[in-house]
Unconditional design. Structure first.
Lengths: 115, 112
């Protein structure tokens, strides 16, 4: 059974460019989470969805960040315009149960470098 | 907001020594989860604790949830080089609509 699939695995871009990260959760999972990991700030929850509906986006840094989940099998995290401080590993995770009642299955992450 | 503190931040041990990481919450938790992240990898779920005072074991790993459900620990007996990585706790409170807060993690290195 395939796990959570993220793309791209690595992205290098220049400041000001738009970045789109993609995630395919595990089939049948009801919740999807976007995390950002940096050395300075650790693992930060950016936003999570239950049944494709955004429940809590209080972790989204600012208006430059947006996330969508148009259907149960696909989500995107977009940064426009990107800045060097956005450089991080972005993880998508899914869970079969609502919120964090069940274990989180993480994707392998998208490593973003903004020059 | 909810805070989950984890100590120590780093731990270096000789292979065969024991290792413990501690997790403390400012608020009572409904559950706590533990994850392991290998260098360059992604967090992988280890276990979930729900009940006050709960103790669970996985081979050389022992997980505890405090009586007040505000703290937890992970203990590894006789560490091996395969135990290397960062161990995270993630705490969830009932009023937080299903959102867990991750601690900063404890990074374990094991010298063979």
């Amino acid at each position: 059974d395939a796990g959570v699939i993220q793309s791209p695995r690595h992205e290098v871009t220049e400041m000001g460019q738009e970045v789109t990260l993609r995630c395919k959760p595990i089939s049948g999972h009801n919740s999807l989470f976007w995390y950002r990991q940096t050395m300075m700030r650790g693992l930060e929850l950016l936003i999570y969805f239950n049944n494709n509906v955004p429940i809590d986006d209080s972790g989204m840094p600012e208006d430059r960040f947006s996330a969508k989940m148009p259907n149960a099998s696909f989500s995107t995290l977009k940064i426009q315009p990107s800045e060097p401080r956005d450089s991080a590993v972005y993880f998508c995770a899914s869970s079969i149960r609502q919120g964090s009642a069940g274990e989180l299955f993480f994707g392998e992450g998208s490593r973003l470098t903004v020059l | 907001g909810q805070q989950v503190m984890q100590i120590p931040q780093y731990q270096h041990v000789q292979e065969g020594e024991d290792f413990t990481t501690y997790c403390n919450s400012s608020t009572t938790l409904s559950n706590i989860q533990w994850y392991k992240q290998r260098p360059g990898g992604h967090p992988v779920f280890l276990i979930q604790l729900v009940k006050s005072g709960e103790v669970k074991k996985q081979k050389r790993l022992t997980f505890q949830f405090g009586e007040a459900k505000k703290n937890s620990s992970l203990h590894i007996t006789a560490t091996q080089t395969t135990d290397v990585g960062t161990y995270f706790c993630a705490g969830r409170i009932d009023t937080n609509a299903g959102k867990s807060t991750f601690g900063d993690g404890t990074t374990l290195t094991v010298k063979p």
